[in-house]
Design a protein around this ligand. Structure first.
Ligand code: UGA
Length: 447
């Protein structure tokens, strides 16, 4: 009989995983403790902007006309326990308030709610990003608190999906990593992932700590790559070099690779910043803090970029105070194709400039509602043209396609002064300069 799957936590990760499991042919029951989220999902709607996700959900959510009916939602842990053979844990693990460490309270509470209902054999599969050692602890908890005892097993299966590509990354992952303790867990997970594995996705079997570490190591490496190129941008800036050409040139070496070498205002979002901090905190607990002191530098290079963008804007406005200046900000989300503004470098820069007295007007294709909630005192416009109207300087801070497709000539007629600062190194300087704009980007020569 086909496996039945449950997904606990229906945020970016869980909602996508649930829809993907239904797409692979399984019967799926998703759970969230927030009833409003469940009501939305039951109507085939998602609480965030993620390309392709709503379509995939509607294809499978029971009760929607023409759907496979394989995907249902609930808020009831007893129902989840009775339904599933494999339970995926997809709750979030944010940074603890006032500390670097990871807040495990959602993971712990999900396991505590599920365990007492597990009366028969079950596999609980953690996907959340957790400090190494968590799986071992949680496996012990499960065995002690589930009526099924040792038959309630645990596995760790980290997730590598990127926001904006969540559906594609989940259906066709570039690798599947499973940390297991026994053959039964591995066998079940091979069954769950039979389709992508048959299509060629590597299936890497490890122990618990390695699986947990693969995730934090991958995100640390990505963060390091970005901060490396931003450090090169600082040197280029001082030496009169061009970091975009430098990145292109070193990227042709396929040991280095061209991806994740875009200099600019740096990384943000709900993952990279908090993951490197939680990793440092955990290494400290393990007595291995020296091994990760470099991540402190990665973090500070990254945070410095935001301040440098503010200074670049100040210079563009003549070097004096921001008071009374009009600043247009294009982009609010931490990256394009997402409405996520968590730890967004763009909003951080907009906020800093606003706090120094400028009149800041922000436009973002999808992030407006979230940005407004987080920074209600900033000005907001309904289009790039409206944001730019009368501005003394324009800041390009999230590299949406819509901004690359702007007509510099047309936008120039709206702007008070034709000065654009490209915080993402994503616009074509030539096109903008041709239309009479002063174009500036970090780590790149002036005209
Ligand atoms: C990241 C990882 O890329 C995923 O593999 C991982 O699964 C996910 O975190 C997670 O832990 O859940 P995500 O947060 O969606 O994914 O965003 P990224 O695409 O990694 O971008 C992160 C930030 O780096 C963005 O603010 C982006 O603008 C910035 N970035 C990216 C640069 O500044 N330069 C680059 O060259 C690339």
């Amino acid at each position: 009989m086909a496996l039945k799957i449950t997904v606990i936590g229906t945020g970016y990760l869980g909602a996508t995983h649930a829809a993907a499991m239904a797409e692979l042919g399984f019967e799926v029951l998703g759970l969230d403790v927030v009833p409003e989220k469940i009501e939305l999902l039951q109507r085939g709607q998602v609480p965030m902007y993620e390309p392709g996700l709503e379509e995939l959900l509607r294809k499978h959510v029971a009760g929607i006309e023409g759907s496979s009916g394989r995907l249902r939602f609930t808020t009831d842990f007893a129902e989840v326990a009775a339904f599933g053979d494999v339970h995926f844990l997809c709750v979030n693990t944010p940074q603890k308030h006032g500390e670097y460490a990871c807040d495990m309270s959602y993971v712990d509470s999900a396991i505590a709610s599920l365990a007492p209902h597990l009366h028969g054999p079950a596999l609980v599969v953690g996907k959340s990003t957790v400090p190494v050692g968590s799986a071992d602890r949680l496996a012990g908890y499960l065995a002690a608190h589930a009526p099924a005892g040792a038959d309630a097993e645990l596995a760790w299966n980290p997730e590598f999906l990127r926001e904006g590509f969540a559906v594609q990354d989940t259906l066709r992952p570039d690798r599947i990593v499973v940390g297991v303790r026994g053959e039964r867990a591995e066998k079940l997970l091979r069954e769950v992932y039979a389709t992508p594995v048959a299509a060629g996705t590597p299936f890497v079997v490890t122990d618990f700590p390695t699986a947990e570490l693969v995730k934090t190591a991958a995100n640390s490496f990505l963060a390091t790559k970005i901060s490396f190129i931003n450090a090169m941008a600082e040197v280029c800036e001082a030496a009169g070099g061009d970091v975009a050409r430098l990145a292109e040139a070193i990227g042709y070496d396929d040991r280095i690779g061209r991806k994740f070498l875009r200099a600019g205002i740096g990384f943000g979002g709900g993952c990279l910043p908090k993951d490197i901090r939680a990793f440092m905190a955990r290494a400290g607990e393990l007595g291995a803090d020296q091994a990760l002191t470099f991540l402190r530098e990665i973090d500070s290079i990254n945070m410095r970029q935001r301040g440098q963008m503010v200074e670049l804007a100040r210079q563009a406005l003549g070097g004096g105070p921001f008071l009374g200046k009009r600043v247009a900000v294009l982009g609010a989300t931490f990256k394009p194709d997402s409405d996520d503004v968590r730890d967004s470098p763009a909003l951080n820069v907009a906020g800093q400039i606003h706090l120094q007295g400028a009149q800041v007007t922000v436009y973002d294709p999808k992030g407006m509602a979230n940005a407004r909630r987080l920074f209600p005192t900033l000005g907001y416009a309904d289009s790039a043209a409206e944001a730019v109207r009368g501005a003394d300087v324009v800041l390009h801070l999230t590299e949406w396609r819509e901004f690359r497709e702007l007509d510099p000539e047309e936008l120039g007629r709206e702007a008070g002064v034709r000065v654009i600062l490209d915080g993402r190194n994503a616009l074509d300087p030539e096109i903008w300069r041709k239309a009479g704009w002063t174009y500036r980007a970090m780590g790149r020569p002036t005209a």
